[in-house]
Design a protein around this ligand. Structure first.
Ligand code: SPD
Length: 288
């Protein structure tokens, strides 16, 4: 968790034990919302140059400036790698950004959505309507509760599971451990794909290699994709993927012009390119 005193002289400072010795700051114009929910401090700021910003326990979850990069990639890479996803589960991501992207897929018939903190959904609907726009889609079933417990109850049900977690500190830590991934695997149909928030190849090497090791042990295929996101620590974040069948590194389906025109980051080319990693990272994964 970040220091509670993360606002100073009109600047929001993000620092965290996970990327110690480094910080990131955004100039803010206004605190739009602040509440202590049952689980965390939920804050929305109007920044000077990066639109609105959502922070949980002092950690930036998104800015309007670059949120599309993360949401599009975490949703569309697994969904386009799957030849015909009908049943999708989204864990976390109460801001609704991932949901917005999943809803763009006409072949998807049901979207179960499990978020532990109702406050994140409520606040996002109020302050971030361009993200929280998928909750009224008739295919969406919202469950407020613990994603870990939710997954353990599901067997053989989903084509794609997307985990949009915060960082592995505090309660979120269990979502980065093997028992959770065993649960994800059991919840997938035989050809299913899982995609989880995979932190940074620069800043979180232990976490990233651990996720890769777990997915390699449990899934038929494992891969890691990189996304550029300036307002995340180090300017990048990754997706850890596991597949029980389909090839992950190439889309299995064509994207329609209608959908492509609405996107700002994902293309079939960037789908494949995001798996081409800098050499230090390639070696890191080769050695797991
Ligand atoms: N270091 C912050 C990682 C945040 C990942 N989740 C973001 C949620 C956006 N939907």
């Amino acid at each position: 968790m970040a220091d509670a005193n993360h606002i100073k002289d009109g600047w929001f400072f993000e620092s965290c034990s996970l990327w110690s010795g480094m910080g990131f700051a955004l100039e803010i114009e206004k605190v739009l919302h602040r509440e202590k929910s049952r689980f965390q401090q939920v804050e929305v700021f109007q920044t000077k140059n990066y639109g609105k910003m959502l922070a949980l326990d002092g950690i930036i979850q998104l800015t309007e400036f670059d949120e599309f990069a993360y949401q599009e990639m975490l949703a569309h890479v697994p969904l386009f790698a799957h030849p015909f996803p009908e049943s999708v589960l989204v864990i976390g991501g109460g801001d609704g950004g991932i949901l917005r992207e999943v809803c763009r897929h006409d072949c998807v018939k049901t979207i179960d959505f499990c978020e532990i903190d109702e406050a994140v959904i409520r606040v996002s609907k109020q302050f971030l309507p361009t993200l929280a726009c998928g909750f009224d889609d008739p295919r969406v079933n919202v469950f407020i509760g613990d994603g870990y417990a939710y997954v353990l109850e599901k067997k053989n049900q989903y084509d794609v599971i997307i985990v949009d977690s915060s960082d592995p500190v505090g309660p979120g830590e269990v979502l980065f451990k093997k028992p959770f991934y065993e649960g994800l695997k059991a919840a997938l149909k035989p050809d299913g794909i899982v995609a989880t928030q995979g932190e940074s190849i620069f800043l979180h090497q232990e976490c990233v290699t651990n996720l890769a090791r777990i997915t390699k042990q449990l899934f038929v295929q494992q891969a890691y994709a990189c996304i550029m996101v300036p307002t995340y620590p180090g300017g990048n974040i990754g997706i850890c993927l596991g597949s029980l069948g389909p090839e992950l590194k190439q889309p299995a389906r064509k994207i329609s012009d209608r959908v492509q025109k609405k996107l700002q980051y994902y293309t079939p080319q960037i789908h494949a390119a995001s798996f081409v990693l800098p050499d230090f990272a390639r070696r890191m994964f080769d050695n797991i």
